[in-house]
Design a binder for this molecule. Sequence first.
Ligand SMILES: Cc1cn([C@H]2C[C@H](O)[C@@H](COP(=O)(O)OP(=O)(O)OP(=O)(O)O)O2)c(=O)[nH]c1=O
Length: 191
Amino acid sequence: MGQPTLILASASPRRRELIARLGLTPDGIAPADIDETPAKGELPRDYAKRMAREKAEAAASSDSFVLAGDTVVAAGRRILPKAEDETTARKCLELLSGRRHRVLSAIALRDPDGKMRERLSETVVMFKRLSLEEIDAYIASGEWDGKAGGYAIQGLAEGLISRIQGSHSAVIGLPLYETRALLKAAGFDIA
Ligand SMILES: Cc1cn([C@H]2C[C@H](O)[C@@H](COP(=O)(O)OP(=O)(O)OP(=O)(O)O)O2)c(=O)[nH]c1=O
């Protein structure tokens, strides 16, 4: 039997690049358009898991596996928004400045028969105390656009991060260790 077919339920070019690092090219890309509003009182890890699951379900296929991911930045119990404008990005950076926060990266793999396999990766990220100039410069870079928590570790922000404990790929958007394990468990041939 050959390799099962895989659909990546994501619009994110970063997730495509990350999965390529496992030597896999999805057979299809099917971005899932779901309601991403957190439920009242929903914990960050539950929210990340639910989003990944719902994205995989939205792209369900009876003859392919569907992989989806969701990356959430959390300060305590608080879920930070995906920054779509400068004001939101600035608020996120002010909140993250000089403290540690968590990045929850959930993945869900849906079998053609509907079975869901799930994993969650949790990474602690520590930002230096940011000066007003540093925040201004980061805002001017535009790299925060569309990113959970208003920053992207794969760019300038890494120079402002003193340490991370966990998975770098998970912070960018797809935890490669967990993704490889899930795909292998589902029967994918990964070196
Ligand atoms: C914290 C952080 C987030 N991000 C990105 C990853 C995700 O793309 C985004 C979080 O939003 P997600 O909802 O996880 O993903 P998405 O909307 O970009 O893509 P899709 O749902 O179609 O798969 O933030 C980075 O690229 N770098 C980082 O350091």
